[in-house]
Design a protein around this ligand. Structure first.
Ligand SMILES: [Cu+2]
Length: 486
């Protein structure tokens, strides 16, 4: 009797829960309404079967409960009942499979007017490549990937020159324009998924997979990775913005092409010295950082990271939030570096300055810090030297008070307030693993320890992990990419 009541509660409870539950599909923003339809059909068929079987079991347990003097009858065969069950189950299974097959047929046939976008997954971020005016993506090769050629573009392919490269930040798409997504992965399995678009597909290292969809609503959408891809998997978010034509065209025009990447001026330290005069007022004559002016040490920081941060200030990702007191001092300074050459020159000068570990000002429990730092090491490396592969900067030997303050800014969404600033938002997820100021001090104290030991080579030329660990300058003869750089 108790069993029957418990079963009845389970059946009715499940139905009520599904009707009242706040967890439901997000509002759809693509053409794939029929994917929703296929899911609904499955949901209803399973739901009805679940209720019928559940109630039948409740009824059978109650009706045929044990009674004095009553014996069970043994009836192994019942042709009529078996026919009946076979037909009903077949209808149910066909009902669930058929819509899926019809939708899949559509899903694998890309319409002729679709535009291509290439999306590359890597631990733990997304990057994007759009064909330029010629409408054709240039060839890429994983063996050509270096710090200066993060997409592995073939420098000899003329189709690649006008390809628009989006290494960090948001992907913009044009509303009502069918998109064919080509998916690549640099390391392990990932899966590109925007819940509002419904469509998703695995990115598999060594091959190019595809899917298509048409965005139908303007808006800002979050990209998820739908394939468990390592310790930072939950932080592998991205941003897709669906625009009307005007905004879309303006965005495409504002992003650098491979031609721009390849033609990026080489920094001239001598020219940069004059530009650095302004910076020295706050960051110190030797780039050592001035605590009194809240300006961190810059020497020893990698070029790609300083370039990205100056860009972040220029684009308003940093230094615009009302609570970003110190960032607001830096933002107008970034604006004085008015072109790429000015940026590259001043970075080259900073890199020519001596790199001494910054003095430790923060104390904490180093042992506990070492424990906490284990989660950080997957991106910032065990020695705190940073990695261009994960876009995580060098921490060891840098101004500790600045690092501690940045962690708080990440936690409070001051740094990373803009949804397009995807990498700062990734750090927000990580920063929340440090509960309380003590934890922050402990981990920073451990980072100080790494800096004091100076156990890593200076970071100015640290290349992408794993793949092609050479930059053009360091490449030994015959190394992949060594002689192929434009
Ligand atoms: Cu992933």
């Amino acid at each position: 009797m108790t069993t029957a009541i418990v079963l009845l509660i389970v059946v009715l409870g499940s139905v009520v829960f599904n009707m009242l539950s706040p967890w439901w599909f997000t509002e759809i923003a693509s053409n794939w309404g029929n994917i929703d339809f296929a899911v609904f059909v499955t949901f209803w068929i399973c739901g009805v079967a679940f209720i019928l079987v559940g109630l039948f079991m409740v009824w059978a347990i109650w009706k045929y409960r044990r009674r004095e003097g009553q014996k069970a009858a043994y009836e192994p065969e019942n042709k009529r009942l078996e026919w009946w069950l076979t037909i009903v189950t077949t209808i149910g299974v066909v009902g669930m499979l058929a819509p899926g097959l019809i939708v899949w047929e559509e899903y694998v046939h890309v319409p002729d007017d679709a535009r291509e976008v290439e999306i590359t997954g890597q631990q733990w971020s997304w990057s994007y490549r759009l064909p330029g005016e010629d409408g054709r993506l240039g060839t890429v090769d994983a063996r050509l990937i270096t710090v200066d050629n993060p997409f592995g573009m073939d420098p000899d392919d003329p189709y690649g020159q006008d390809d628009v490269l989006v290494e960090r930040g948001a992907l913009h798409l044009l509303k009502d324009q069918p998109i064919k997504v080509l998916l690549r992965s640099k390391d392990v399995l990932h899966d590109f998924y925007v819940p509002e678009f419904r469509a998703k597909m695995d990115a598999v290292p060594g091959m190019v997979t595809y899917m298509w969809f048409t965005p139908t609503k303007t808006g800002i959408y979050e990209v998820l990775c739908a394939e468990l891809c390592g310790i930072g998997h939950h932080t592998m978010r991205g941003t897709v913005i669906v625009d009307e034509a005007d905004e879309y065209e303006a965005w495409v025009a504002s992003r650098p092409t491979w031609g721009d990447y390849a033609a990026r001026p080489v920094g001239d330290a001598v020219a940069g010295q004059a530009g650095y005069v302004v910076c020295a007022a706050c960051h110190g004559q030797q780039g050592e950082g001035l605590f009194a002016l809240n300006a961190p040490k810059l020497t020893g920081q990698s070029a790609w990271y300083m370039r990205a941060q100056i860009d972040a200030y220029k684009r308003g990702f940093r230094g615009t939030h009302p609570e970003d007191e110190y960032g607001q001092q830096m933002a107008p300074m970034a604006a004085t570096l008015f072109d790429e050459a000015a940026v590259e020159n001043v970075i080259a000068y900073i890199q020519s300055l001596p790199d001494e570990p910054a003095p430790a000002t923060i104390e904490g429990d180093v042992e506990r810090g070492a424990d906490l730092y284990r989660g950080c090491a997957v991106c910032h490396r065990a020695d705190g030297s940073g990695s261009s592969g994960t876009f995580a900067p060098r921490l060891a030997g840098m101004s500790d008070w600045y690092l501690a303050r940045q962690i708080v800014l990440f936690q409070e969404h001051v740094r990373g307030h803009d949804r397009k600033d995807t990498l700062a938002r990734q750090m927000t997820f990580m920063s929340k693993q440090l509960h309380g100021q003590d934890a922050i001090n402990d981990v920073v104290a451990y980072i100080n320890e790494l800096g004091r030991q100076g156990r890593f080579a200076s970071n100015t030329r640290v290349a992408r992990d794993g793949i092609a660990a050479v930059t053009h300058a360091d490449a030994p003869a015959g190394a992949p990419g060594a002689e192929r750089r434009p």
